[in-house]
Design a protein around this ligand. Structure first.
Ligand code: ZN
Length: 319
Protein backbone atom coordinates (compact mmCIF):
# COMPACT_ATOMS: atom_id res chain seq x y z
CA UNK A 1 0.00 0.00 0.00
CA UNK A 2 2.75 2.37 1.01
CA UNK A 3 4.56 1.50 -2.18
CA UNK A 4 1.50 2.24 -4.27
CA UNK A 5 0.99 5.58 -2.60
CA UNK A 6 4.65 6.41 -3.10
CA UNK A 7 4.45 5.57 -6.75
CA UNK A 8 1.37 7.68 -7.12
CA UNK A 9 3.00 10.66 -5.45
CA UNK A 10 6.08 10.11 -7.54
CA UNK A 11 4.03 10.14 -10.73
CA UNK A 12 2.32 13.29 -9.60
CA UNK A 13 5.66 14.93 -8.90
CA UNK A 14 6.94 13.96 -12.31
CA UNK A 15 3.86 15.34 -13.98
CA UNK A 16 4.24 18.58 -12.06
CA UNK A 17 7.86 18.87 -13.14
CA UNK A 18 6.97 18.28 -16.76
CA UNK A 19 4.30 20.90 -16.49
CA UNK A 20 6.35 23.46 -14.71
CA UNK A 21 9.88 24.31 -13.75
CA UNK A 22 11.94 22.13 -15.93
CA UNK A 23 9.78 22.94 -18.86
CA UNK A 24 9.27 26.58 -18.24
CA UNK A 25 8.69 27.61 -14.66
CA UNK A 26 5.92 27.78 -12.14
CA UNK A 27 6.13 30.99 -10.10
CA UNK A 28 4.83 29.42 -6.88
CA UNK A 29 8.14 28.25 -5.35
CA UNK A 30 9.62 30.07 -2.39
CA UNK A 31 12.80 32.00 -3.30
CA UNK A 32 15.55 29.60 -4.25
CA UNK A 33 19.15 30.58 -3.71
CA UNK A 34 22.40 28.76 -3.94
CA UNK A 35 24.14 28.61 -0.57
CA UNK A 36 26.29 31.72 0.01
CA UNK A 37 29.89 30.76 -0.46
CA UNK A 38 32.20 31.09 2.50
CA UNK A 39 34.66 28.39 1.54
CA UNK A 40 38.20 29.35 0.69
CA UNK A 41 38.60 29.45 -3.03
CA UNK A 42 41.30 31.40 -4.76
CA UNK A 43 40.75 32.49 -8.28
CA UNK A 44 42.59 34.76 -10.58
CA UNK A 45 43.22 35.42 -14.21
CA UNK A 46 46.94 35.15 -14.74
CA UNK A 47 49.45 35.23 -17.49
CA UNK A 48 51.55 32.14 -17.24
CA UNK A 49 55.21 33.22 -17.18
CA UNK A 50 56.47 29.91 -18.53
CA UNK A 51 53.93 29.59 -21.29
CA UNK A 52 56.64 29.62 -23.94
CA UNK A 53 58.42 26.66 -22.43
CA UNK A 54 55.33 24.65 -21.55
CA UNK A 55 55.12 21.44 -23.53
CA UNK A 56 52.12 21.75 -25.77
CA UNK A 57 50.44 20.12 -28.68
CA UNK A 58 47.67 21.13 -31.05
CA UNK A 59 44.44 19.19 -31.34
CA UNK A 60 41.86 19.70 -34.05
CA UNK A 61 38.21 19.96 -33.05
CA UNK A 62 35.19 19.87 -35.33
CA UNK A 63 31.75 21.48 -35.37
CA UNK A 64 30.46 18.27 -33.83
CA UNK A 65 32.77 18.71 -30.84
CA UNK A 66 31.15 22.06 -30.14
CA UNK A 67 28.11 20.14 -28.86
CA UNK A 68 29.99 17.73 -26.62
CA UNK A 69 31.23 18.11 -23.07
CA UNK A 70 30.20 19.20 -19.59
CA UNK A 71 29.93 22.94 -20.24
CA UNK A 72 27.18 22.98 -22.85
CA UNK A 73 24.85 25.95 -22.68
CA UNK A 74 21.20 25.20 -23.42
CA UNK A 75 18.48 27.75 -22.72
CA UNK A 76 15.59 29.55 -24.34
CA UNK A 77 17.97 31.12 -26.86
CA UNK A 78 20.33 28.21 -27.41
CA UNK A 79 19.16 25.05 -29.10
CA UNK A 80 20.36 21.52 -28.45
CA UNK A 81 19.41 18.37 -30.31
CA UNK A 82 18.88 15.53 -27.82
CA UNK A 83 19.86 12.90 -30.36
CA UNK A 84 23.48 14.12 -30.14
CA UNK A 85 23.96 12.35 -26.82
CA UNK A 86 21.51 9.46 -27.20
CA UNK A 87 24.37 6.93 -27.17
CA UNK A 88 25.27 7.92 -23.63
CA UNK A 89 21.82 7.22 -22.21
CA UNK A 90 20.75 4.33 -20.03
CA UNK A 91 17.89 4.18 -17.55
CA UNK A 92 18.08 4.61 -13.80
CA UNK A 93 16.76 1.05 -13.47
CA UNK A 94 19.28 -0.49 -15.88
CA UNK A 95 22.31 1.55 -14.92
CA UNK A 96 22.10 1.92 -11.16
CA UNK A 97 24.41 0.13 -8.73
CA UNK A 98 22.69 1.49 -5.60
CA UNK A 99 19.12 2.00 -4.45
CA UNK A 100 18.83 5.36 -6.18
CA UNK A 101 15.19 5.72 -7.22
CA UNK A 102 13.45 6.64 -10.45
CA UNK A 103 10.37 8.84 -10.75
CA UNK A 104 8.91 6.84 -13.62
CA UNK A 105 9.62 3.35 -14.84
CA UNK A 106 12.85 3.08 -16.88
CA UNK A 107 13.58 6.79 -16.51
CA UNK A 108 16.24 7.76 -19.10
CA UNK A 109 19.48 9.23 -17.77
CA UNK A 110 23.10 9.68 -18.87
CA UNK A 111 25.36 6.86 -17.71
CA UNK A 112 28.05 9.16 -16.33
CA UNK A 113 25.49 11.41 -14.64
CA UNK A 114 23.89 8.45 -12.89
CA UNK A 115 27.25 7.31 -11.58
CA UNK A 116 28.05 10.81 -10.31
CA UNK A 117 24.72 11.06 -8.52
CA UNK A 118 25.37 7.71 -6.87
CA UNK A 119 28.77 8.88 -5.64
CA UNK A 120 27.25 12.07 -4.21
CA UNK A 121 24.42 10.05 -2.69
CA UNK A 122 26.86 7.79 -0.84
CA UNK A 123 28.48 10.81 0.79
CA UNK A 124 25.07 12.30 1.60
CA UNK A 125 24.21 9.09 3.43
CA UNK A 126 27.49 9.09 5.35
CA UNK A 127 27.24 12.76 6.25
CA UNK A 128 23.66 12.60 7.51
CA UNK A 129 23.66 9.00 8.81
CA UNK A 130 20.32 8.58 7.09
CA UNK A 131 18.80 5.87 4.94
CA UNK A 132 18.21 8.45 2.23
CA UNK A 133 18.66 8.12 -1.51
CA UNK A 134 17.96 10.44 -4.42
CA UNK A 135 14.78 10.06 -6.37
CA UNK A 136 15.41 11.20 -9.93
CA UNK A 137 12.14 12.62 -11.20
CA UNK A 138 13.43 13.53 -14.63
CA UNK A 139 16.73 13.63 -16.45
CA UNK A 140 17.24 12.93 -20.15
CA UNK A 141 14.35 13.76 -22.44
CA UNK A 142 14.21 13.07 -26.17
CA UNK A 143 12.89 15.63 -28.63
CA UNK A 144 9.86 13.41 -29.17
CA UNK A 145 9.13 13.25 -25.44
CA UNK A 146 9.27 17.04 -25.16
CA UNK A 147 7.17 17.44 -28.30
CA UNK A 148 4.55 15.05 -26.93
CA UNK A 149 4.27 17.01 -23.69
CA UNK A 150 4.12 20.26 -25.61
CA UNK A 151 1.44 19.06 -28.03
CA UNK A 152 -0.66 17.53 -25.32
CA UNK A 153 -0.69 20.69 -23.22
CA UNK A 154 -1.24 22.90 -26.22
CA UNK A 155 -4.33 20.92 -27.07
CA UNK A 156 -5.60 20.97 -23.50
CA UNK A 157 -4.76 24.51 -22.40
CA UNK A 158 -3.90 26.58 -25.46
CA UNK A 159 -0.95 28.61 -26.72
CA UNK A 160 -0.79 31.18 -23.93
CA UNK A 161 -0.39 28.43 -21.36
CA UNK A 162 2.40 26.56 -23.14
CA UNK A 163 4.22 29.80 -23.88
CA UNK A 164 4.38 30.44 -20.17
CA UNK A 165 4.98 27.01 -18.75
CA UNK A 166 6.46 24.62 -21.29
CA UNK A 167 9.96 24.70 -22.73
CA UNK A 168 9.94 24.58 -26.52
CA UNK A 169 11.49 21.46 -28.03
CA UNK A 170 15.27 21.79 -28.16
CA UNK A 171 15.40 24.51 -25.48
CA UNK A 172 15.58 22.36 -22.37
CA UNK A 173 18.69 21.20 -20.52
CA UNK A 174 16.88 17.92 -20.21
CA UNK A 175 17.84 17.20 -23.81
CA UNK A 176 21.44 16.81 -22.59
CA UNK A 177 22.83 14.13 -20.27
CA UNK A 178 23.84 16.81 -17.74
CA UNK A 179 20.67 17.64 -15.77
CA UNK A 180 18.62 15.90 -13.12
CA UNK A 181 15.50 16.82 -11.17
CA UNK A 182 15.96 15.50 -7.68
CA UNK A 183 13.95 14.77 -4.60
CA UNK A 184 14.80 12.46 -1.73
CA UNK A 185 13.49 9.03 -0.88
CA UNK A 186 13.57 7.65 2.64
CA UNK A 187 14.32 3.95 2.29
CA UNK A 188 13.16 3.14 5.81
CA UNK A 189 9.77 4.89 5.66
CA UNK A 190 9.11 4.90 1.93
CA UNK A 191 8.46 8.64 2.09
CA UNK A 192 9.24 10.88 -0.86
CA UNK A 193 10.61 14.24 0.24
CA UNK A 194 10.53 17.14 -2.20
CA UNK A 195 13.62 19.35 -1.99
CA UNK A 196 11.93 22.16 -0.08
CA UNK A 197 9.78 20.00 2.20
CA UNK A 198 10.44 20.20 5.94
CA UNK A 199 11.49 16.58 6.09
CA UNK A 200 14.17 17.11 3.46
CA UNK A 201 15.77 20.11 5.18
CA UNK A 202 18.97 18.42 6.45
CA UNK A 203 19.51 16.54 3.18
CA UNK A 204 18.80 19.52 0.97
CA UNK A 205 21.10 21.73 3.05
CA UNK A 206 23.87 19.18 2.60
CA UNK A 207 23.20 18.99 -1.13
CA UNK A 208 23.28 22.77 -1.63
CA UNK A 209 26.49 23.08 0.33
CA UNK A 210 28.33 20.14 -1.17
CA UNK A 211 27.10 19.54 -4.71
CA UNK A 212 29.87 21.72 -6.19
CA UNK A 213 32.47 19.22 -4.95
CA UNK A 214 30.89 16.67 -7.28
CA UNK A 215 30.65 19.10 -10.16
CA UNK A 216 26.99 20.05 -9.76
CA UNK A 217 25.32 23.46 -9.52
CA UNK A 218 21.81 24.56 -8.65
CA UNK A 219 20.98 25.83 -12.11
CA UNK A 220 17.95 28.09 -11.65
CA UNK A 221 17.86 30.48 -8.70
CA UNK A 222 15.53 33.36 -7.96
CA UNK A 223 18.34 35.93 -8.29
CA UNK A 224 19.24 34.81 -11.80
CA UNK A 225 15.81 34.42 -13.36
CA UNK A 226 16.36 37.34 -15.72
CA UNK A 227 19.59 35.79 -16.96
CA UNK A 228 18.62 32.12 -17.19
CA UNK A 229 15.15 32.82 -18.56
CA UNK A 230 13.66 30.22 -16.25
CA UNK A 231 11.90 30.51 -12.92
CA UNK A 232 13.80 29.27 -9.86
CA UNK A 233 13.79 25.51 -9.49
CA UNK A 234 14.93 24.03 -6.21
CA UNK A 235 15.15 20.54 -7.70
CA UNK A 236 17.04 21.06 -10.96
CA UNK A 237 20.75 20.27 -10.65
CA UNK A 238 23.16 20.61 -13.51
CA UNK A 239 26.52 18.90 -13.93
CA UNK A 240 29.27 21.22 -15.16
CA UNK A 241 32.27 19.44 -13.63
CA UNK A 242 34.90 20.61 -11.17
CA UNK A 243 36.40 23.12 -10.80
CA UNK A 244 33.71 25.03 -12.70
CA UNK A 245 31.05 24.20 -10.12
CA UNK A 246 33.35 25.49 -7.37
CA UNK A 247 33.92 28.76 -9.20
CA UNK A 248 30.26 29.25 -10.08
CA UNK A 249 29.23 28.64 -6.46
CA UNK A 250 31.97 30.84 -5.04
CA UNK A 251 31.01 33.76 -7.23
CA UNK A 252 27.23 33.17 -7.28
CA UNK A 253 27.10 33.09 -11.06
CA UNK A 254 24.56 31.79 -13.51
CA UNK A 255 26.09 29.38 -16.00
CA UNK A 256 25.43 31.99 -18.68
CA UNK A 257 27.55 34.52 -16.78
CA UNK A 258 30.39 32.09 -16.17
CA UNK A 259 30.64 31.05 -19.81
CA UNK A 260 30.64 34.71 -20.81
CA UNK A 261 33.45 35.49 -18.36
CA UNK A 262 35.54 32.65 -19.74
CA UNK A 263 35.55 34.34 -23.12
CA UNK A 264 38.03 36.87 -21.76
CA UNK A 265 40.55 34.07 -21.13
CA UNK A 266 42.96 32.49 -23.57
CA UNK A 267 45.79 29.98 -23.63
CA UNK A 268 48.19 32.73 -22.56
CA UNK A 269 45.84 34.32 -20.02
CA UNK A 270 43.99 31.67 -18.07
CA UNK A 271 41.60 31.60 -15.18
CA UNK A 272 43.18 29.64 -12.35
CA UNK A 273 40.97 27.99 -9.79
CA UNK A 274 42.27 26.64 -6.52
CA UNK A 275 39.67 24.52 -4.78
CA UNK A 276 39.36 23.98 -1.04
CA UNK A 277 40.34 20.37 -1.70
CA UNK A 278 43.89 21.29 -2.63
CA UNK A 279 43.45 21.01 -6.39
CA UNK A 280 44.59 23.68 -8.81
CA UNK A 281 43.26 24.09 -12.32
CA UNK A 282 43.70 26.52 -15.15
CA UNK A 283 40.89 27.21 -17.60
CA UNK A 284 40.82 28.98 -20.94
CA UNK A 285 38.58 29.61 -23.91
CA UNK A 286 39.25 29.08 -27.59
CA UNK A 287 36.76 30.53 -30.09
CA UNK A 288 35.54 28.07 -32.70
CA UNK A 289 36.35 28.55 -36.35
CA UNK A 290 33.89 27.31 -38.91
CA UNK A 291 34.66 23.72 -39.85
CA UNK A 292 37.74 22.85 -37.85
CA UNK A 293 39.40 24.58 -34.92
CA UNK A 294 43.04 24.09 -33.94
CA UNK A 295 43.30 24.18 -30.17
CA UNK A 296 46.61 24.49 -28.36
CA UNK A 297 46.69 22.35 -25.22
CA UNK A 298 49.37 21.51 -22.67
CA UNK A 299 50.64 17.97 -22.69
CA UNK A 300 49.16 16.31 -19.65
CA UNK A 301 45.92 16.22 -17.74
CA UNK A 302 43.27 18.28 -19.50
CA UNK A 303 39.69 18.06 -20.75
CA UNK A 304 37.91 20.00 -23.47
CA UNK A 305 34.23 20.91 -23.69
CA UNK A 306 32.29 22.75 -26.33
CA UNK A 307 29.96 25.49 -25.10
CA UNK A 308 27.30 24.52 -27.67
CA UNK A 309 27.50 28.02 -29.18
CA UNK A 310 30.79 29.42 -30.39
CA UNK A 311 33.83 27.99 -28.63
CA UNK A 312 35.68 25.46 -26.54
CA UNK A 313 36.76 25.49 -22.92
CA UNK A 314 39.99 23.75 -21.95
CA UNK A 315 40.36 22.70 -18.32
CA UNK A 316 43.87 21.81 -17.18
CA UNK A 317 44.61 20.03 -13.94
CA UNK A 318 47.77 21.71 -12.67
CA UNK A 319 48.12 19.89 -9.35
ZN1 ZN B 1 14.78 20.03 -14.58
Amino acid sequence: MRYTVSRFISLLLTLLLLLSGCSGGEPSEPPVSAVPSDFPIETSVISLPDVSTEQTETIVLTDEDLHKGDLLLVNRNVYYDASLCADEVTSVREGRTTQIQEGTYQLPIGKALLSRLETMQADLQSATSADIVFLVNDSYRTMDAQQAVYDDLLEQYGQAYVDQYVAPVGRSEHHTVLAADLSFYDLSSGAILATTSDGAAPYYAWLLENCRKYGFILRYTTEKEAITGYSAESWHFRYVGVPHADYIAAHSLALEEYLEQLKSTSFESRLTIQTDRGERYSVYYVPASSGETAVRVPKGDYTVSGNNVDGFIVTVREE
